[in-house]
Structures are given as C-alpha cells and as structure tokens.
Design a binder for this molecule. Structure first.
Ligand SMILES: [Zn+2]
Length: 421
C-alpha cells in the first residue's frame, strides 16, 4: 500500500470561526488531520514522507468558493465593455457558435489558473461541453459544480436537456453535474417544470439566473415561478438584484442558495443587491464573479471589497466581516460539497495561503487581518492554493499542469474564434 503523504504547514495565522489564531496544520492525504496551536513539534518519530513548510506567519484561510461563473468565457474578456446588451450578445453568440470541445477544454484550464492564483478552490459553472470541462477540472485539481446552460426559446430545449442528462454520469468526487436553466426569460414555464421534475427525481442541483436586470423585474416575479416547481429543487439562484420583499420571502421559505455577483451587476448597469436585508433574513449567501465577459476577472476578493464600499453609497448596512467569514462554508454547501469550506479536523485540505508579510498588511496583528484582506490587500497576495492536500498554485506556479501549453493552446483557439487563422 502506498504511504499517505503528510504535509505540515507550520507557523501560520489560521482563520477559524471568524478569527485568526497562531498555529499549525497537519494534512494527511486529502484531509486536515490536526489543527494545532503554537509551532509544530515532530515527536511522532514517524518515518513517513513529510512535506514541511514554515509559513513564517502567513495566513491560512479555507479555499474561496466562486459560486457562479462561466469559465470558458475568459476568451470573451474585454470584447465589448460599453456596448448595449444586444450588441454585446450578438458578438458573443457569433463566437460561441464556433466553440468546440477543444476550445472549451483549454479555456476552462485557463480560467482555473486564474481562479487558483486568487485562492479559489471550488467553483460553480453554467456552460456547455461539460465533458471537456469535467476533464479540465479533474486534470487541474479544483472542485466544481458544472451545469449545462439550458434554453428552449429556439426550439432546441429538449436536445440540450438530454445532453445535460447524459452528462450527469460525469459526476465524481471533485466534479458534480447539475442542471442549468439559463433564466426565466430564456426558458418557458413548461421547460422549467420539466427541468424541476428531473432535478428532483435525479437529486441534482439546479442553477438559474434570477431577477438580474430592471427589465427582468417588469417581466416576472419569483411568485410567478413557484408553480413550475423550481423552488422545490436544490436551487442556486444567481444575481437576485431586483428583488422585493415577496421575492426575498420566497427565497427564505424555499431555502434557496444565493450567488451574488455584484461586480458583474455593476458593470452591466443592473444595480446592487439588498445585501443587508438578505443577511438579516438569514438567507444562504455566497459570492460569485459571473463570467469574465461581464466582470471582467474571476476574482472574489474584488467582489468583497466592492460590496463593502458600495454598500455605504447605497446605504446598505450589512456586516461585510460576517458575509466574508460565512462565505467559505456557505459557498461550498451551496455547490454541494459537504466536507470543505472550514479549517477543521476531518475536513478536506482545501486551503488558501495569503502572504500577510506584505507591507499592506502592517500592522500584521490577528484582529486586524480581516480588515486588511477586505480593504487593504488584494488577490495578488495569495501565495498558494491547495485542494485535497495537493498544491494547485504555489508561489506563482501551477504544479498540476503545463502553464505554457495551456496559454499556447488557448491563444490558438482565440485566434480561430476571431477568424485570424
Ligand atoms: Zn451568469
């Protein structure tokens, strides 16, 4: 039998229960075996292979969850920053039609490089060619809930749904497959009902965009959707910007997991979600970036910083420290991963290491570190990211993949989509 790899992360500032504590972690295989206080002392006398890291005061956080994105859309980043939605969509759709399983594979790898370098270990996605995406996630080593974007406006809804159903078999330990009805304005009620029935019988997650824009608000309310059964599924509602009290009540009553994407909402001129009201009601909140075509980065740090500042402008008084502290576990649960999002013995070793030795973290004392992360630091301070005990990002490198090969192939696919080759 192969010996289990032991990794020791020593002299760290560990984030647990909303606070930082000085200590060390022992990781055995995929799991956190021990959360110790003070420095590590090797008294086991064990001859097992041990990887030792003196973190010299760096912070260890649970891995960040990006609960909503469209990874392969990294190739549409910066395509149209200010065009009206219709023009933007025309340009995107023209290129999306040329995407194939190869391009989706390389772009999903590229997106994971970006996310891992920003401390993200787990993400929720809605796109297509899920087989290529699952392959990319398995090879890179992140965790993901992948849903197939489902639309029936063009008469092809059934084919897409059948494809999504076949893809359910791709589910495994680190990759989960769910159903992804795009939005109430691109899916008929009958289609949403069919999707809901299947999701309930298969016991899989559903991800849908809800009440993102002011125009959408004029089209429907959440109460209009209750009869489709969508809220009886294990649902992740994305955006929820244009909501009223009745919508919030429905989200609470049906225990809907919520993925807030505030930077994308701002960039597309859709407003700011009522975060304080949502938190006071005890809704299950998490943070997503949405795709790079509308954000334009896959950086959850930016979401928190932006939310904390804009809340003051729009007079939302929510506790951003609490939202930040809860987002790790909430994010993992919302995506269907049970034993991660927390630094606790027996949990998966899904971790982010942040270099709090940088001058922007001075004075580097435990009770100011959340403030420093939210208001002074940025995602460039991430030193390393680990999933299931394996480094997927370490000091500027991506140990599980060939960085140059991914960049080369992504560029080749980009040039093909643009019609340059
Ligand atoms: Zn989206």
């Amino acid at each position: 039998m192969e010996e289990m790899k032991i990794t020791v992360l020593d002299n760290a500032c560990i984030f647990r229960d909303g606070k930082f504590h000085y200590g060390h972690l022992i990781i055995a295989g995929k799991y956190i075996e021990k959360v110790g206080s003070g420095s590590f002392e090797n008294d086991s006398g064990s001859s097992e292979e041990m990887e030792y890291h003196d973190l010299n005061g760096k912070m260890i956080l649970p891995g960040f969850a990006n609960t909503h994105t469209h990874s392969p859309m990294v190739v549409f980043r910066g395509l149209e920053d200010f065009a009206p939605l219709s023009k933007w969509l025309r340009k995107v759709l023209k290129r999306e039609a040329k995407l194939n399983s190869d391009s989706v594979y390389w772009f999903t790898l590229l997106a994971q490089m970006e996310m891992a370098s920003k401390g993200i270990t787990t993400f929720g996605d809605m796109y297509f060619h899920l087989d290529s995406m699952a392959k990319a996630v398995n090879e890179f080593g992140m965790k993901a809930l992948l849903t197939r974007g489902l639309v029936d406006m063009d008469g092809n809804g059934r084919n897409r749904l059948m494809e999504n159903l076949r893809e359910l078999s791709l589910s495994g330990d680190r990759v989960r497959i769910g159903l992804g009805p795009h939005a109430p304005y691109t899916c008929s009620k009958e289609y949403l009902e069919e999707i809901s029935n299947i999701a309930k019988s298969e016991g899989v997650k559903v991800m849908i965009h809800l009440l993102e824009s002011p125009e959408e608000r004029e089209d429907y309310t959440l109460r209009d959707l209750v009869e489709t059964g969508i809220f009886e599924t294990d649902l992740i509602g994305v955006h929820l910007v244009q909501v009223d009290e009745d919508d919030l009540r429905i989200l609470k009553d049906y225990d809907v997991g919520i993925a807030l994407c505030p930077v994308s909402n701002a960039k597309l001129w859709n407003g700011f979600p009522p975060v304080d009201r949502m938190m006071n009601m005890g809704l299950k909140l998490s943070v997503g970036t949405d795709g790079a075509a509308s954000n334009n980065s896959l950086d959850v740090w930016k979401e928190f910083n932006y939310m904390a500042l804009v809340a003051r402008i729009v007079n939302e008084k929510f506790d951003v420290y609490a939202l930040f502290s809860e987002s790790f576990e909430n994010g993992a649960r919302i995506l269907g991963f049970e034993d991660t999002g927390k630094i606790e013995e027996g949990y998966r070793a899904d971790l982010t290491i942040v270099d709090s030795g940088k001058v922007s973290y001075f004075p580097n004392v435990p009770d100011r570190l959340i403030s420093h992360i939210l208001f002074s630091g940025n995602s460039g301070d991430v030193f390393a990211t680990m999933v299931d005990g394996v480094w997927i990002y370490y000091d500027g490198n991506f140990p599980t993949v060939d960085e140059n090969e991914i960049k080369r192939n992504a560029l080749k696919e980009f040039e093909r989509l643009e019609g340059w080759v």
